[in-house]
Design a protein around this ligand. Sequence first.
Ligand SMILES: [Zn+2]
Length: 78
Amino acid sequence: MVDEFQPAADENDRASNAEYIHNQDSLERVRALAKPESHPDFDGRHCVECAEVIPGPRLALGKVRCVICQQRLEGSKR
Ligand SMILES: [Zn+2]
């Protein structure tokens, strides 16, 4: 059956692929702007304070602490 061939699916693949690359690109830009934090104990995924997994959006910003530890840190700094 020739009907089973769907060129539209291929187009969708291309579109999402291009979108993915674009997202990666802007992610890099956001990262550069936000000045990623660094920490000798940071493994790229877990909070350096409590070892809780850091949510993706926070990781994208270069954060090395979870929200709770970040708030605690900023609260104690004052
Ligand atoms: Zn934490």
